[in-house]
Ligand binder design. Structure first.
Ligand code: ATP
Length: 234
């Protein structure tokens, strides 16, 4: 479904991502793990059209989306949940969710999807009229996931959903990610928390200094001595 081929991104003269290739199949849950500054966010931004790559290609459903603007990439069914979540703090929970459907005009289907998102995120149902800025960090992460789902994506790109959350909240957010994946939406998850990412995903890639150094089944990566030492604190 998503095929990234030899993608390279540089900021000025600094190469942040070099010749990166990865794939996500339909309905698959895949992670990209790596340390601070490895190039994870840069990779997601280049896939989703927020920055232009210097080289390489991005295909979605067999069609090139390389260098398409972000709104056009989103229209094709690829939704990014950025790091820091980016909810609109002065808008209500319900208004934030509806913003996710801004490019749609199928009102009846939007209403049904809103009900589905509330069913997925019961904590938000109780808070639907509350201002998003008053939610806890974990609730804001849930809201960002719900808003992305309102665009009816076929692939979700998640940038560090565990960032800054207390352990119980991390569990709750990852339960939601698993349920989203189980509903048939493919997920590419980037995480510094390698333990959690490898436990959640079927397959993964390891990114070091902008280069993919390892890839494979998550269980194989979790058993790999180099991964255990560098990312699992052993
Ligand atoms: P983190 O987990 O800290 O977010 P990351 O793996 O997502 O890290 P990136 O944010 O993609 O890493 O950054 C990769 C490299 O590119 C880093 O060396 C970073 O300093 C650099 N970089 C990122 N954004 C910019 C920018 N807008 N201008 C210049 N350099 C940048």
């Amino acid at each position: 479904m998503l095929e990234v081929g030899r993608l390279s991104v540089a900021y000025g003269g600094i190469h942040a991502v070099r010749e990166l290739s990865l794939e996500v199949a339909s309905g698959e849950l895949v992670c990209l793990i790596g340390a601070n500054g490895a190039g994870k966010t840069t990779t997601l931004k280049a896939i989703s059209g927020l920055i232009a790559p210097q080289g390489g290609s991005v295909h979605f459903d067999g069609r090139s989306i390389t260098r398409l603007p972000a709104h056009e990439v989103a229209r094709r069914g690829l939704s990014l949940v950025p790091e820091g979540r980016g909810v609109f703090p002065r808008m209500s929970v319900a208004e934030n969710l509806l913003m996710g459907a801004y490019a749609r005009n199928d009102r009846a289907a939007i209403a049904r999807d809103l009900d589905e998102v509330y069913a997925l995120l019961p904590r938000l149902t109780e808070r639907r009229t509350q201002m998003a800025g008053l939610l806890s960090g974990g609730e804001q992460q849930m809201l960002a996931l719900g808003r992305a789902m309102m665009a009816r994506p076929r692939l979700l790109l998640l940038d560090e959903p565990s960032m800054g959350l207390a352990p119980l909240m991390v569990q709750a957010v990852f339960d939601i990610i698993r349920r989203i994946a189980a509903s048939g939406v493919a997920v590419l998850l980037i995480e510094q928390n390698a333990h959690l990412a490898l436990k959640t995903c079927a397959r993964g890639y390891v990114l070091e200094n902008g280069v993919i150094t390892l890839s494979g089944a998550a269980s194989d990566l979790a058993a790999d001595p180099a991964v255990r030492q560098a990312y699992l604190g052993e």
